[in-house]
Design a protein around this ligand. Sequence first.
Ligand SMILES: [Mn+2]
Length: 452
Amino acid sequence: MTHKKQHSLLNRANEACNILKKHIEMGNVIRIISHNDADGISAAAVVVNALKEENAQFHTTIIPRLKDDVIDELRNEKYELFVFCDMGSAYLKQLSSFKCDVIIADHHQVQDFEPSDNVYHVNPHLFGIDGSKDLSGAGSSYLVIRDMDKKHLAYFALIGAFGDMQGQNGFIGVNELILQDAIDSGALEMHEGLKIVSKNSEPLYKSLAYTFSPPLDNLTGDLESSMGFLEKMGVSYGIKFSELEDEEKDILKDELIKINPDIFGNIYELPKENQFLKDLEEYSYILDACGKNKKFGLGLSIAIGEREKALDIALDLQKKYRDQIVKGIEWIKKEGSVNLDYIQYLYSEDKVLKSIMGTIASIGLSIHILNNDKPVIGISRLFKDIKISGRTTREMVEKGVNLGQAFQDASVNFAGQGGGHDIAAGAMIPYDSMDNFLNLVNDIVEHQINNS
Ligand SMILES: [Mn+2]
């Protein structure tokens, strides 16, 4: 059954691949549009790398989201083939009005519309495959070029999957097939190891403190206690993990597993890659840091092989981002959250804290410095509005909490908008309505828990 679905998806991707090949042979400049997060940048990279190898010409733009006015502008551009990566499936009707060929390589929810014949639509949802778990936008994009003998580029699909939180507990579905491609090609190696960051580049105590996922209680976000932890077990904290004696590595592994067993698991490595990009998950963090700082071009240049300066700048952005998270975690430890009966919230006017509110709300729950029994709502003010990010736990969802629904229902009362998933959601409402909004969400969550 699953096999049949995958087969149908691969067939569709091959049809798109044939069109792509046709345009390459005709010498057309291929127009690529992709999304600005780690998945979207990886998606663009997989297509661009393939086109470069074929000596094809292309023009790439990375954008935050597809909108009607963006589509209207693109429609007027003189290209024979557009490739939309990690986006497009929600705009089938608009893209069907293009006079040229269009390939859509996406994994988001699909608009209920039968596209015209010039649109080649590659999306797992069309074949009953779950695009939130089984395939990323970079994965869909990879499938489009896979038939051009490109298994050595498969790892970009997995970087994208990590960016969309699909690989953290192992790859499943089509991602698993892509993983096999990547390993078969010799570009990727998989082995078991400690899933801590920057093993070859930072002193060990920083590797522990900067490991945000999997979370390490007392260590994540805390440089001092990471240092103390290592000192206590007699492991040198100032050197890199890769420089430890095997015996020290074993001690560390045993102690970290006591804190979180998930810290030991499959590691995916690119043996030929630069030390900073060797680990696939970290590669995705670096692209994510570029995306979050609106340096999309920088992320893409790294992914298409530029090193030296581009990588230095990206590492610098990542360093800043990590320091911000550390600051955020310190802030939560010091100030805590504001509690209502059924929810808690974080609010700050601080510029740095504002920019990472959703992320630290999430990490705060995962490292247990926030009460897991109440959904946490991170609030940042943007002029007259507030941006709201809500996070809760699997356990609370099982008890009936649905934050996406709560935000959607509450925000309409204040001329705002909100929605998302049961476990993570967002909203934007006027600043003046903040207290009323919070009280209403509190009541809705109470209702959800008591009526499920
Ligand atoms: Mn995506």
